[in-house]
Design a protein. Structure first.
Length: 394
């Protein structure tokens, strides 16, 4: 099993999507499919699961959720799920020998437990991000991975690493065309209007797991559950995790339900070689969205998003008319994404299984999750926090 390094983007399956010969097999005939199950059939499970079943090389065999209503909804939203076996206990699904791979889309705080069980059951694993809701959970996941089967693929839902546009941008950085990378920014600005009130329709004993995203204990908060995507890109392009962080945060609006302690935060991550990465996150933006990353080099700039990449630099046509001219004329190259990048991630996962070219994202997912937790600890304590200090908390 190849551990995906921090310094390099995914190679093989991610860089060469769907270069799959018809005779390729994973112990099957050429016309057979990879059998998979879904653990957690909430919104994300239905979304990613639907992409998975649309891959002609797969077969949905089983679905699992604690709540019958979510299983029923999955049967109407995921093509073919009505014909799949249904389970309430994830251990029963994992015990099925005819299931090769599992999609884990359960609440964040359950990712370590479910990843651990899937590894022990010998399954290929596609686990949604992040790796856990706290440091103890991330360490549990890494411990499970330490004894994992090297012939299996362990992928996490950091889709940018599979995007052709992000991979091209990484090639531009590696080529030296933007010079030495000196600063990075991640913007995670999105959301509707702040909720004025909330009343759960579910019984009290179900509410915390039903509404897990509203609680720090079960989600890690906005910086962990949502902003970890941008944080992962910072780590990826830095080629390392940060050594320390500082930051501020707060609540612009009262919390209607749950215990989030921030709906906006501004974190500065300090990486080796004096490289800085800034995370700017704002929620409740009246549906305005600005989700992207900026990479600033000595000779150029990369502007990255899930729908495009742009490469900027000094070009002859970019001369300004006068000192007050703020129009941008630096664009060297731009390419728009051809499709939603989750599809690229899903196809890479199944290609790696069928071509018997396993890889693991466990360390990447752990470090990106810990980096998000580092930023949270910095704004909660209102001081500089080091990587080593964070790890000592659990």
């Amino acid at each position: 099993m190849a551990e995906i390094t921090r310094r390099h983007a995914l190679g093989g399956a991610a860089a060469n999507l769907l270069i799959l010969k018809p005779q390729t097999a994973f112990g099957y005939a050429a016309n057979s499919a990879v059998s998979f199950g879904i653990i957690g059939t909430g919104g994300r499970g239905c979304y990613v699961g639907s992409h998975m079943v649309r891959d002609s090389r797969t077969r949905l065999t089983a679905i699992c959720d604690l709540f019958p209503d979510k299983l029923d909804r999955a049967k109407t939203q995921i093509p073919g799920a009505d014909k799949a076996r249904s389970y309430k206990n994830y251990k029963d699904l994992l015990a099925q020998s005819d299931i090769d791979a599992v999609l884990i889309t359960t609440p964040v705080y359950l990712h370590p437990e479910h990843f651990e069980a899937a590894v022990a059951a010998g399954k290929h694993v596609y686990c949604e991000k992040p790796a856990g809701a706290d440091v103890a959970g991330v360490k549990r996941l890494l411990k499970a991975h330490a004894s994992a089967d090297g012939s299996k693929t362990y992928q996490f839902g950091f889709q940018q690493r599979f995007s052709p546009e992000y991979l091209t941008a990484m090639d531009i950085l590696r080529s030296g065309k933007i010079g030495k990378l000196s600063m990075m920014q991640s913007f995670w600005i999105l959301g509707g209007t702040p909720p004025a009130g909330f009343k759960s329709p579910y019984p009290p004993e179900e509410q915390k797991i039903r509404h897990w995203g509203n609680w720090m204990e079960t989600s890690g908060g906005a910086i962990v559950e949502q902003d970890c995507h941008g944080v992962d890109v910072l780590n990826w392009f830095a080629g390392a995790h940060p050594v320390k962080a500082t930051g501020t945060a707060g609540l612009r609006f009262p919390i209607a339900y749950g215990d989030w302690n921030s709906d906006h935060h501004n974190i500065v991550y300090y990486y080796p070689e004096k490289l800085e990465g800034w995370l700017l996150s704002v929620k409740h933006t009246a549906n305005f969205r600005d989700v992207k990353e900026m990479m600033y080099g000595s000779k150029g700039v990369l502007d990255l998003a899930r729908t495009y990449y742009k490469w900027h630099g000094p070009i002859p046509a970019g001369r300004l008319i006068n000192a007050d001219d703020l129009a941008d004329r630096s664009l060297i190259e731009k390419r728009d994404s051809k499709r939603e990048i989750t599809i690229d991630a899903v196809e890479s996962f199944f290609t790696s299984i069928l071509e018997k070219k396993p890889y693991s994202m466990a360390q990447i997912a752990a470090e990106s999750t810990l980096t998000s937790l580092l930023g949270r600890m910095a704004y909660e304590t209102r001081r500089e926090v080091t990587w080593e200090e964070l790890l000592q908390t659990a």
